[in-house]
Design a protein around this ligand. Structure first.
Ligand SMILES: [Zn+2]
Length: 233
């Protein structure tokens, strides 16, 4: 999102996770990846400052859509809108008539002086990932801290060494030798950026369309479509 604001071009952008809670999967979900001959403060500082692509390889990001205030909307009214849709309604909720809770993306649109998808020259590339325990829980159901999720998580870590190796490097077949095939496929899909995120709004977290979460979303969509067609009658 920052790339859309030309004022930020002069800054080297890094990506760090901040843990607002004690859940371990919130730590390290955002990171900076370096390739340095030796690890020193000066070397690290220079790689960032000079935005040297041979040394500062990429950043790891969690999709901003996960945030609790990404899209515009009203939780109580079940209204979720993109900034453009909200603007069309003068940022007023079509259900209760009160002003909508405006999300982060709306502010980005206000500030941006470039189109979506713009990549500035000299920018360090990024990869979007989802924490492993969240991927697993999307398939197993329940919370990322459940015993079942942690068993699968621990099996994967034991085999591949660490979470980033699982998320970024392990092959699908290798993964499937440790966990369920659908989870292995899900990990690779996240890596290849093939997952859609349902954006958060008005205090509701966003979530990835993966496993059970995807099934649930598809059911709601069919229900919505049916209701629509009934109304159209
Ligand atoms: Zn409302």
């Amino acid at each position: 999102m920052n790339w859309r604001l030309s004022k930020l071009d002069k800054y080297a952008l890094i990506s760090n996770s901040d843990a607002h809670s004690f859940w371990p999967w919130r730590i390290g979900r955002e990171a900076n990846v370096f390739e340095l001959k030796s690890l020193s403060y000066d070397g690290l500082f220079r790689a960032i400052k000079e935005r040297d692509k041979n040394k500062f390889l990429y950043t790891i990001e969690v999709d901003p859509g996960y945030g609790k205030y990404h899209f515009d909307g009203h939780r109580e009214c079940g209204v979720v809108l993109s900034p453009k849709e909200a603007e069309k309604l003068n940022n007023i909720c079509p259900v209760c008539g009160r002003p909508l809770t405006i999300g982060v993306l709306h502010r980005v649109e206000e500030l941006a002086d470039r189109k979506e998808g713009f990549v500035p020259k000299n920018s360090i590339p990024f990869k979007s990932l989802i924490p492993l325990s969240e991927i697993v829980s999307a398939f197993i159901g329940g919370q990322p801290f459940s015993k079942k999720v942690w068993e699968i998580y621990t099996d994967l870590i034991k085999k591949f060494g660490n979470e980033l190796k699982v998320l970024l490097e392990a092959g699908e077949e290798e993964l499937a030798s440790v966990c369920r095939e659908d989870i292995a496929k899900g990990i690779v899909m996240v890596r290849e950026n093939k997952i859609r995120i349902v954006p958060g709004f008005d205090g509701v977290y966003g979530y990835p369309l993966l496993g059970k979460l995807k099934e649930r979303e598809m059911k709601t969509e069919t229900k919505r479509d049916k209701q629509k067609s009934l109304k159209e009658f």
